[in-house]
Design a protein around this ligand. Structure first.
Ligand SMILES: NC(=O)c1ccc[n+]([C@@H]2O[C@H](COP(=O)([O-])OP(=O)(O)OC[C@H]3O[C@@H](n4cnc5c(N)ncnc54)[C@H](OP(=O)(O)O)[C@@H]3O)[C@@H](O)[C@H]2O)c1
Length: 268
């Protein structure tokens, strides 16, 4: 069945590889990018590939809370699609030259944790019944230092990345507990896949990107995933698995959500 799928960070890496597969299968797409030229090129590429699916494109720098909020509003009010079946929060960042954003937050928490939260919450009513939210986690997960999430403490690249990825895994669990009408999954797409992030972060070519794209396509399309809502899919293990213990701790999950909400009410 044809689905309507929104994917952030669709201009490179796993996001682009997934968008190509979705377009080839004729699904409708809402693609997001931060670079207007890349976004235009990818939109044209996907439209040419697609048999009879439509492609809408959206521009936003997700390191800025205001742009994440504006993106959600544009999709909610401006999209020609009445409903979205799948929201894939894929955009992510690891290594940067400038860690702090104009909101005084670490860019890893902004892009990898908070922007996906903003989009997920704002687009809840746009998601169809049993619609899915697929949040990109990672095998790299470390306990979240709340001061670092608040931007009061600076971390090195890997610590910030690992904490941002456990934080998104944690709020995925927490939000799933509050809404049984949708399906929320945190997904490690596979470790060290051959993207720009891996080349820049680890200086290696990496494994086939299709490993990550194929699992995102499968979890978007396959029936029967609702029963796993709130869980973590570890593609290194090939199935649903346990994240870091904090990722299954509902109290800690609530603390992450409360902290993100406090950031949003203070900064927006
Ligand atoms: N590759 C792996 O082995 C691996 C493993 C575990 C998890 N992941 C996760 O998978 C997701 C995709 O990563 P990838 O490996 O495919 O990396 P990538 O090739 O670097 O792609 C990242 C995407 O996010 C976008 N992005 C980065 N910063 C942004 C910002 N400030 N605002 C808006 N968009 C932004 C990038 O835009 P541009 O195209 O403009 O650069 C790009 O489209 C990430 O969440 C990552 O953490 C990857």
């Amino acid at each position: 069945m044809k689905k309507t799928i929104m994917i952030t960070g669709a201009t490179d890496g796993i996001g682009l590889a997934s968008a190509i597969k979705f377009a080839s299968q004729g699904h409708h797409l809402l693609i997001h990018g931060r670079n207007p030229e890349k976004l235009k090129t990818v939109a044209a590429q996907l439209s040419a590939l697609s048999t009879n699916g439509k492609v809408e494109s959206y521009l936003a720098d997700l390191s800025k809370l205001s742009e994440a909020i504006a993106l959600a509003k544009q999709v909610k009010e401006g999209s020609s699609f009445e409903h979205i079946d799948v929201l894939i929060n894929n955009a992510g960042v690891l290594k940067v030259s400038q860690a702090m954003t104009t909101d005084n937050l670490d860019v890893r928490f902004s892009v990898n944790t908070i922007a996906p939260y903003i989009l997920t919450k704002a687009l809840t009513s746009k998601l169809s019944g049993f619609g899915r939210v697929l949040n990109l986690s990672s095998a790299a997960q470390a306990p979240v230092d709340i001061d670092a999430l608040l931007g009061k403490k600076q971390l090195n690249d890997m610590a910030a990345y690992s904490q941002s990825k456990l934080a998104i895994t944690q709020w995925t669990l927490g939000i799933a507990k509050t809404n049984n009408a949708l399906t929320y999954l945190a997904i490690n797409p596979g470790s060290l896949l051959a993207s720009k992030m891996v080349k820049e972060g680890f200086g290696i070519a990496g494994n086939d990107l299709n490993i990550g794209a194929d699992i995102l396509v499968r979890l978007s399309i396959e029936d029967g995933v609702h029963k796993y809502s709130g869980q973590y899919f570890d593609n290194d293990k090939g199935g649903f698995s346990s994240p870091h213990p904090d990722g299954m701790n509902i109290q800690k999950s609530k603390e992450i959500i409360k902290t993100i909400e406090s950031i949003l009410s203070a900064k927006t």
